[in-house]
Design a protein around this ligand. Structure first.
Ligand code: HEM
Length: 179
């Protein structure tokens, strides 16, 4: 997992819960990196899972809720650092339908070792999109947060439902409607 995901995560933890919490989740985890991340570095996903688990234990907030809030923050990082990609879209359905064939393709050009999910388009109309998310990292809640912010970015209202296709939630169906 790319360092930018860690540095932005720890920044948000500090903003919401304070520096003591950052220190607490780092020191109580077993991290090869010792909790020192640079935005361009690459670190094991298991480190993010440990940090999320410790944060969840200390705040009593479910990991999926933490991931969704984190994704909403990450969207502002995308706006700041990858505005060129966002500017190519004027419609949220078009943008979400293009994660697989365009957006994450561009991300991979920037970070060849990025660990990205796949999003298969099952159905697409001007107002509806059905996607299948697949990733061994089971971060669909991160996807949900980014989807919410995508609609907000285009000042468009939406309903986003999802259905886990397996217990591990490594495969999740998203049903997205523009309203
Ligand atoms: C992961 C970039 C849009 C869903 C990532 C990562 C980056 C990234 C850098 C981390 C990869 C790693 O750590 O190795 C971007 C950029 C976008 C964008 C620059 C827009 C310009 C989206 C959108 C979604 C999405 C709209 C909506 C669903 C995800 C998910 C992951 C991810 C779920 C977590 C990894 C996983 O589930 O395996 N993206 N992304 N991304 N992205 Fe995107």
């Amino acid at each position: 997992m790319k360092g930018i995901v860690f540095t932005e995560f720890l920044d948000l933890v500090e903003e919401k819960f304070g520096l003591e919490m950052v220190d607490k989740i780092i020191t109580s985890s077993n991290l090869k990196s010792e909790g020192i991340y640079t935005s361009v570095g690459t670190y094991e996903f298991s480190e993010m899972l440990q940090l999320l688990t410790k944060l969840s234990e200390n705040t009593n907030i479910a990991i999926d809720n933490l991931l969704q809030v984190y994704a909403e923050h990450f969207f502002s990082v995308i706006k700041r650092s990858y505005s060129g990609i966002l500017q190519m879209y004027s419609d949220p359905i078009e943008m979400l339908a293009s994660i697989e064939n365009h957006i994450h393709v561009e991300v991979r050009k920037i970070y060849p070792d990025a660990e990205l999910p796949t999003f298969q388009v099952l159905e697409k109309t001007p107002t509806k999109l059905v996607l299948i998310y697949k990733s061994s990292r089971a971060m669909h809640a991160f996807g949900l947060g980014l989807m919410n912010k995508t609609f907000e970015h285009f000042n468009t209202a939406s309903t986003i439902e999802f259905e886990k296709l397996n217990d591990a939630a490594t495969e999740v169906k998203f049903i997205v409607n523009k309203i």
